[in-house]
Ligand binder design. Structure first.
Ligand SMILES: Cc1ncc(COP(=O)(O)O)c(C=O)c1O
Length: 456
């Protein structure tokens, strides 16, 4: 049975595509209605950090459901939301004192943008109105999040609806660092670019700089070069500009530390988290809020002018709290680091000399393979071939879920495959993932028009 065979009424992501029907999940696997098993090597889109059907999470959610499924936040708070708030602040980057709960990543970004703007109204700097973000970034699909996002293809047809935003270069070493630059010099150059953009707009008109700590969906696990974020933090501080980090995808343990920014030695003023927060057991996201921002609201209007119906949903909070407790109890971040190293090693062995793999990158269990037509020139494949879509199909045929995407270079050209296996994966699972991915990539390249000689 597939979606088309039973005349779907759903507007699926791709209308013409037949999706298998997922019926069951356990551990690192999802099964479809035909009984076929898929290893979830991407956690969907870096969501399912504990895999599927984790018994402790289900137990906590069942218990909450039996007590109370929903209470609107304009009437009540709940024990479970308060407990999750305490838990998140206790393990947050320094300076974070409060949490604003939402239902996903885009909502967390919308809340960040509005909170950042209202903060400056609260402190008497209403002339601040600009957001600076990075090209090739992804911050979500709602209009505000899309406006700060820097992916050309995603923005294009909606451009007339988007608020004005400004973009600087991403920190994308493979594509951006010049051959005569050290990583540090490259980071310095990017920091100068931000500084120039701020001067051009007028430092007193800028609200915030927003960036994914490790780039994800649109670029494929790109960590910053050493020192980059320290310089960014300094520049923001110098001008009283807020630093908003988007750790919706790379956060909550995915890179081997609870927050990706820990590895950069900096803390943000506001930080969006989602995906791994609830591990897919229920839709949840959160905005982590710095003390100085909270206090400005507390001393000012006492009211953040925002809100949604499902803020702090008790069932979602119960799921997220259980996910975070299991990660700590089972010391799963150590496994993320250990299996992350194993994954990097295996990818290196399989693809290090592959004619069509230009770059392997990432941190922890957040890694990517970038495909190129020519390794020497880094020229991508013709985007009309949609290599990324072929890889997804070939991987699914082999019982493997990975997260390939096109437009890696500039929103149009380039292909990469993102891997984000569950934190519970063992080295045997990692070996199987790399083996199936290798087969899927080779089969996809072999299927390209005019393919042949060079594929391995
Ligand atoms: C970095 C980042 N920010 C925001 C989002 C949007 O999150 P959601 O799809 O939950 O709205 C995503 C989703 O992929 C993301 O990767």
């Amino acid at each position: 049975m597939d979606a088309r065979a039973h005349m779907t009424r759903i507007v699926h992501r791709s209308i013409a595509h037949s999706y298998p029907v997922a019926v069951r999940g356990e551990g690192i696997h999802i099964w479809d209605a035909a009984g076929k098993a898929y290893i979830d090597a991407s956690g969907g889109a870096a969501v399912s950090c504990l895999g599927h059907g984790h018994p402790d999470v289900l137990k906590a959610m069942h218990a909450q459901l039996d007590k109370l499924a929903y209470a609107h936040t304009s009437f009540f708070t709940t024990e479970v939301a308060e407990a999750l708030g305490e838990d998140l602040v206790a393990h947050a980057p320094s300076g974070i004192s409060h949490v604003y709960f939402v239902s996903g990543g885009s909502e967390a970004i919308e809340a960040a943008l509005k909170m950042a703007r209202q903060y400056f109204v609260e402190i008497g700097e209403p002339e601040r109105r600009h957001f600076i973000a990075r090209q090739q970034s992804y911050h979500g699909n709602t209009l505000g999040a899309l406006a700060v996002g820097g992916n050309a293809w995603r923005r294009k047809q909606f451009a007339p609806l988007l608020i004005e935003t400004h973009h600087v270069s991403p920190c994308f070493e493979y594509r951006g660092r010049q051959p005569d630059e050290t990583p540090r010099q490259y980071g310095e150059r990017l920091a100068r670019e931000l500084q120039q953009k701020i001067e051009e707009l007028g430092p007193k008109t800028v609200i915030a700089f927003i960036a994914e700590t490790v780039g994800g969906a649109t670029s494929g696990a790109i960590p910053a070069v050493e020192g980059y974020f320290k310089r960014i933090r300094e520049i923001c501080d110098r001008h009283g500009i807020l630093l908003i980090l988007d750790e919706v995808m790379c956060g909550m343990g995915r890179t081997g530390t609870l927050h990706a920014c820990e590895q950069e030695g900096i803390a943000p003023d506001l930080m969006a988290i989602a995906k791994g927060l609830g591990g897919g057991f229920a839709p949840i996201g959160a905005l982590l809020v710095g003390k100085k921002i909270f206090e400005a609201f507390e001393k000012g209007s006492g009211f953040f002018q925002h809100g949604h119906t499902y803020l702090g949903h008790p069932l979602a909070c119960a799921g997220a709290l259980a996910v975070q407790q299991v990660i700590r109890r089972d010391d799963l971040l150590a496994n993320v680091r250990r299996q992350g190293e194993h994954l990097a090693r295996r990818l290196g062995e399989r693809f290090g000399n592959h004619h069509h793999v230009g770059d392997l990158r990432g941190r922890g269990l957040f890694q990517a393979v970038e495909l190129v037509e020519d390794r020497g020139s880094k020229a991508p494949f013709d985007p009309r071939h949609k290599l990324h879509a072929r890889i997804k199909q070939e991987a699914m045929a082999r019982g493997l879920m990975v997260y390939p995407m096109g437009g890696t270079v500039d929103g149009q050209r380039g292909d990469h495959v993102l891997l984000a296996p569950p934190f519970i994966a063992d080295s045997q699972a990692i070996d199987t993932i790399v083996e199936r991915l290798g087969e899927a990539i080779d089969a996809s390249i072999a299927s390209l028009p005019g393919a042949g000689k060079k594929s391995r």
